[in-house]
Ligand binder design. Sequence first.
Ligand SMILES: Cc1cc2nc3c(=O)[nH]c(=O)nc-3n(C[C@H](O)[C@H](O)[C@H](O)COP(=O)(O)OP(=O)(O)OC[C@H]3O[C@@H](n4cnc5c(N)ncnc54)[C@H](O)[C@@H]3O)c2cc1C
Length: 530
Amino acid sequence: MKLAISNWTFENTMDETNLFEAFAKLSSVQMTSPRSLEIIKESIDQRHKPRYVYTVHVDINENIACEALNKNNPGLHFRELSEKDLRGPVEKTRTIRDNPKKICVVGSGPAGMFAAHSLSMSGFDVTLLERGNDVPNRHKKVKALFSEGQLDSESNICFGEGGAGTFSDGKLTTRKNHPWIRWILSEFVRLGGPKEIIKAGKPHIGSDRLRALTIQFRKMLIENGVKVHFNQCVDDFKTEKSKIEKLCCGESEYNCSDGIVWASGHSARDSYQLLHNKEIPLEAKPFAVGVRIEHQQAWVNRWKNMAETNDLAADYSVVCNLDKDNSVYSFCMCPGGQIVCSSSHEGYHVVNGMSNYRRNSEFANAGLVAKVSLDDFGSESPFDGLNYQAEIEKKAYEASGGTYKAPAQRVSDFLIQEKSKTLLPSSYQPGLIPCNFWEILPEKVCHNLKKALHQFEEKSPGFAGGGAQLIGTETRTSSPIRIPRNKDGAIDKFENFYPCGEGAGYAGGIISAALDGLYIADCLKKKYYA
Ligand SMILES: Cc1cc2nc3c(=O)[nH]c(=O)nc-3n(C[C@H](O)[C@H](O)[C@H](O)COP(=O)(O)OP(=O)(O)OC[C@H]3O[C@@H](n4cnc5c(N)ncnc54)[C@H](O)[C@@H]3O)c2cc1C
C-alpha cells in the first residue's frame, strides 16, 4: 500500500532516515518499517519560529485505514495513493507507429512544449510552430531591447522559444495540486535544472537556467522526431467542414488535419483576431491590472527578518480585500530580480519581472494589481477586456515619450497624485521617465491601489515609504480572453482544434501551462490511440 502524508511538521530539518523513525512512532502505525519513504516536498513555515513541513510518500506492507490515521494524528493528512498519482503522464520509451496521426502544436511555451513532448513519445507525428526565434537569437533581441530600447515584435520577452516563461523569474509554483507536477519538475532536473526544485516548497529556477534548459528541451523533442520550426507565425488556416486542414504561415502550409494544439499564450493579439475571424467562439474574462512596485531587497529582507548573513533573498505576498468585488494583491514577486519590458506590440508598453537563479540583484519587485471584471470593461465583444488592457499599455507608451523607457512614480507621489520630480534608482533598463499613473491607469484602479498601499504601509511600515517606487504598467497578469473547450478538450466548431495553456484561459504560470499541455496531449491520445 502506498500512502501520501502531508503537513508533517518538525522543528528541525529531517532526512529520509529520521522520517522513517518518525513514521514508526505515529499513532495507529504498528508495523515493520516501510519498504520505502520518499520526500516529495519540504517547505519552511516562517509564520512563527521556523518549522519544516514535509510531504512524503511511504510504501508499506500492510493495509491501514487512512481514516484511522487521520483521526489519531491530528494536523497530519493521510491519503492512499491512486493509480493516477503513480502513473507518469508521458511514456518512458517512444512508441513508433505506422502512419502516425499528424498534429501541429502552435507556440513553444511550456504548454506547447510539454504537449509536443507527450505526443511525440506516444507515436504522433508532431510539428511545432513558433513565431519567434530560438533562445540564442531571441536573447540577442531581448538584450537590444534592454540596452537600446529596440523592440522586435516577433522575438521579445513574450514571443520566441520557450514562450513567456523563458525570460521570467522562473518560479515553478502553482496553486494546482496535481500528481504530474512532480514529474514536470523531474523533467526539468533531467534537462539540467537544479536538483532542489523537486522537493522545494517554493521551487525557483531563474531565467539563466531556464534558457539553457529550454535549448535542451528542444534537442530532446527533435531527437524524438518533433519537427521544430522557428519564425513561423500561423496567420491563417484552411478549413473543410468541421475540420481545420492546413495551418498557413505566410507562404508555408502545414498539414494538421488530425489535430492542432493551439498554445499561443496571452499576448498574441493577432492570433486571437485570427480565431475570431474564423468564427471560433471567444469570451472576455476578468483579469487584473496595475503597476510593479520596487524596493531595495535589503529592506524586504529586514521586513521578513532574514538574517544579514543569509544569502537568500526574501519574498513576500500581500493582499488587500477592499470589498466583495475589489481587491489588490501582489503578483509574481521577484526577489533579487529585475523589472523588464514585456511588450510584444510596437507602441504598447507593459512590464513584468524576471530574475536569475541566484536572485542576487539589489532590487525586489512585484506586480501590484487590482482585479478588473466585465463590469469594468463590458462584455459585448470578447475583445472588451483586451481593448481595455491595450488602452492602458498605449497610454503608458505615450507617457514614456514613445519609447520603451518605463513610466515611473515614487509611491509617496502616487499617493498625492503628483508626477515625481526625481526618481529612485531601479533595475529597469533602458531607463525610467517620471509620470503620474493617475493619468495612465483607470481611476478606479488608482483609487484601489491607493487604499491598498495605505493598508500595506500600516501593516508593514516602509512598504509604501520613501524607498518604494512604482513602475508600469503591469497589464498582462492573465489572459483577458478564454477559448471555451468541450469535455474532450476540443471546440465544437472545429473538432480537431484544441485550445491550450494560458492564452486559452486554462493556465496562469509555467507549471500550470505545462500541466495543461499534458492534459491536451492526453485528450488526443484518448481520441486516437486509447
Ligand atoms: C516576464 C515574465 C515573468 C514571468 N514569471 C513567471 C514565473 O516566475 N513563474 C510562472 O509560473 N510564470 C511566470 N510568468 C508567466 C508564464 O511565463 C506563463 O504563464 C507561461 O509561459 C504560459 O505558457 P503558455 O505555453 O500557455 O504560453 P506562452 O509561454 O505565452 O507561449 C506562447 C508561445 O506561442 C507563440 N505564438 C503566439 N502566437 C503564435 C502564432 N500565431 N504562431 C506561432 N507561434 C505563436 C509565442 O511566440 C510564444 O512563444 C511570467 C511571464 C512573463 C512575461
